[in-house]
Design a binder for this molecule. Structure first.
Ligand code: ATP
Length: 321
């Protein structure tokens, strides 16, 4: 595997040959180009460190993966999915951007956007619940990002507050694409790139469970099949959680959580705002075909007053309260 491919070489270096002629060479970044700082977090197969590019002074988060551990645990496939997905999602402010990948003998390195605000889950735990204004703003940023991912043929499959990071502006950045599903690329008659509709493709049916119990969609449990609508199920769970302080389906073990999901066994705490309740009820629909679509979610009255598109990302985040 070539870990330097696809946009990894950014920047140029001027060199002079023996005859004094200039040659411009692409610069490939490597470990020695960064100053490594504090540990931002640990995953099962990775450590994420803050780092600064020595030549530009720009800060990044670098995810360091131990090659031996990944091979031993048979996770090579997931690491490749994460890299391939991130390479498809490089032009939206709501996705953690991958700038470079490189490796040395021991490790693989992903150079990513730094998110100093940490996980949305951490913020939510500190605040216990979000008010309607914050839920509307963060909900809109999450939805706008889901729309972008789907338009690029990516189903995330594991959306949850741990995988939503906050950047220096306290804006959302979606991360953790190791379990994403990439819909195959195809070209239309004019040669424009497009993606297969996900409809009823069977390719992943045999797959074992992916995702996190509390946010997993009923179709994944019953048909072993995740589709774009599965991300909207998770989105419904997240909106509920921001306002209620806990996910809608939660039990003492995963099996019982699954029972609650397939029976749509949840209720709203007292004081849950009406418009948000209506939105959640239309998202938490067992039949993915009847679940609120992205388009309809965007136009739901809960998001009245939201400026979609660029403006949403230029706006100041509401003070968390
Ligand atoms: P697992 O692999 O076990 O599912 P994970 O997906 O959280 O865990 P990582 O993606 O390696 O594993 O992330 C480890 C920790 O580092 C997380 O807690 C996350 O909050 C933090 N982190 C990840 N990416 C960034 C980033 N770009 N900026 C700041 N912190 C990050």
């Amino acid at each position: 595997e070539d870990w330097q491919e696809r946009g990894a070489a950014v920047g140029v270096k001027k060199e002079y040959d023996a005859d004094g002629r200039v040659s411009i060479k692409p610069v490939k970044k490597g470990v020695k180009d960064f100053n490594f700082g504090r540990t931002l977090g640990e995953g099962s197969y990775s450590t994420v460190l803050a780092a600064t590019d020595r030549s530009t002074g720009k800060d990044y988060a670098i995810k360091v993966l131990d090659k031996r551990h990944i091979i031993k645990e048979k996770k090579v496939k997931y690491v490749n999915i994460e890299r391939d997905t991130l390479n498809r999602l490089t032009d939206h402010p709501g996705v953690v951007r991958l700038y470079y990948t490189f490796q040395d003998e021991r490790s693989l390195y992903f150079v990513l956007d730094l998110c100093p605000g940490g996980e949305l889950l951490g913020v939510l735990k500190r605040m216990s619940t979000f008010d309607e204004e914050c839920t509307q703003f963060y909900g809109a940023q999450i939805l706008d990002t889901i729309e972008y991912m789907h338009s690029r043929g990516v189903i995330h499959r594991d959306l949850k507050p741990e995988n939503l990071l906050l950047d220096e502006n306290k804006h959302i950045k979606v991360t953790d694409f190791g379990t994403a599903k990439l819909l195959p690329e195809r070209k239309d008659m004019e040669g424009r790139v497009d993606f297969e509709p996900d409809a009823t493709s069977d390719e992943n049916r045999a797959n074992s469970f992916v995702g996190t119990a509390e946010y997993v969609s009923p179709e994944l449990l019953t048909d072993k099949n995740a589709c774009k609508a599965s991300d909207l199920w998770a989105f419904g769970c997240i909106i509920y959680q921001l306002l209620a302080g806990r996910p809608p389906f939660k039990a003492s073990n995963d099996y019982q959580t699954f029972q609650k999901i397939v029976n749509l066994d949840y209720d709203f705490p007292r004081g849950f705002p009406d418009l948000a309740r209506d939105l959640v009820e239309r998202l938490l629909v067992l039949d993915p075909q009847r679940r609120l679509s992205l388009e309809h979610a965007r136009n739901h009255p809960f998001f009245n007053g939201i400026q979609w598109g660029r403006g949403l990302w230029q706006q100041k985040a509401p003070r968390l309260k």
